[in-house]
Design a protein around this ligand. Sequence first.
Ligand code: ZN
Ligand code: ZN
Length: 262
Amino acid sequence: MLIERIWSANPYRNFHYLVACPQTGEALAIDPLEWRLCLQAAREKGWQITQILNTHEHRDHTGGNAGLVGATGAKVLAHEGAASRIGGIDRGLAGGDIVRVGRLELECLDTPGHTMAHICLLARADPPALFCGDTLFNAGAGNCHNGGHPRQLYETFVTQLARLPDETRVFPGHEYLARNLEFTLDREPDNAAARQLLEAARGQAPAATTLTTLGEEKRINTFFRLQNPTVIARLREAFPDIGDAPDARTVFLKLRELRNAW
Ligand SMILES: [Zn+2]
Ligand SMILES: [Zn+2]
């Protein structure tokens, strides 16, 4: 499996991805807002973009569809629940569906929370790769302001993402690494791994930002550290009523609430 990450250089800090089959050169473009950059990258590699996948219906993920379809004739795939809002969808996706790119097979995970019609795409390669849109970011979690719900986001984190192999590489829809690590350290000042990665991240151009694995996420992403004593102790300072042994869902929801205003 060949993966090309494309930095949008736009104010939303979008990442786009091309996933290509090494045998056939067919490529899938994921959330190609700046579609000319994706097309240029594919041409430089000698790949043909035959499909576009939107992880969800937000405009900063779908706004490049028409341009890229016009240039390539690619088919557009998205969650079946988002298809009518996006428009121009050739294939509606549900959890468990397989997306074939040449000889590659990628699995659709139905991952509500950021919106209620969000797909994460999982390649069970060695190592696995997760294209997670605005559900999971490097060191952070998506917000739920525009059509989502934090309870569903919690369920997605706990019942799906946290169960994937630790070596899974995380390819999110935006570059927010340093900002997210600052939040982790605000919640858990003694997290040495997060501090070390933040120092590295501050010196990186966005296009060269470190990509994490899920194993690293469990060490540096506060939304995976729901039973950490420091996280809970700090949270009680803001929310004394949660008690000294809050359940994981309460911790997640309170962290999400704090991050909204942070
Ligand atoms: Zn979004
Ligand atoms: Zn987005």
